[in-house]
Write a protein that binds this ligand. Structure first.
Ligand SMILES: [Fe+2]
Length: 172
């Protein structure tokens, strides 16, 4: 639902910088992607999957914490109800995605004890594949939002930032 009093927007420059700097996160996603391309516990050992997925959970936690702290903000000088609603939707997705990866990591840890559950491993890999697609869709939507905020900013020739934040910019 679109709020009658939109109040959330993004700092596109900070959001982009956070994404550009988090190479570890994107490297882990690529490594884990190999697990579903070859979903075979004899090729990619469940121990390896579990280690990577737990590392990914921690990276996702840090990534979303940074985005929440520096990429999204309230009290914009100007705001657009559609952009604000989309910003709110994407901000809310951080918690949903984090809970999803926590659940997968928990399931992956449980695979290893008391003995390795190979059927369970395939299920966790499938769950990771769903998470991967949801995360990519989130990143893509955030990129679209950044572009739309920049376009609006350029059109109005003024920054869409709050008075207590450093002015953002769309070109670096
Ligand atoms: Fe995000």
């Amino acid at each position: 639902m679109i709020s009658a009093h939109p109040k959330l927007t993004i700092n596109a420059a900070f959001l982009q910088e956070i994404k550009d700097d988090n190479l570890r996160l994107y490297g882990l996603l690529d490594q884990l992607r190999a697990c579903w391309l070859v979903n075979d516990p004899d090729v990619f050992r469940p121990e390896w999957f579990t280690e990577l997925i737990c590392d990914l959970r921690d990276q996702i936690a840090m990534h979303f914490a940074l985005e929440n702290a520096f990429g999204y903000f309230e009290k914009p000088l100007t705001s657009d109800p559609l952009l604000s609603a989309e910003a709110q939707r994407l901000l809310d997705q951080h918690e949903e995605l984090y809970l999803q990866i926590c659940s997968i990591a928990e399931g992956a840890e449980a695979l290893l004890y008391p003995e390795i559950d190979e059927a369970g491993y395939s299920r966790q890999v499938d769950l990771f594949r769903e998470f991967y697609k949801a995360f990519q869709a989130h990143e893509s939507a955030e990129f679209d939002l950044m572009m739309n905020v920049c376009l609006k900013q350029q059109k109005e020739n003024r920054p869409l930032v709050s008075s207590d934040q450093e002015a953002g910019f769309c070109g670096r």
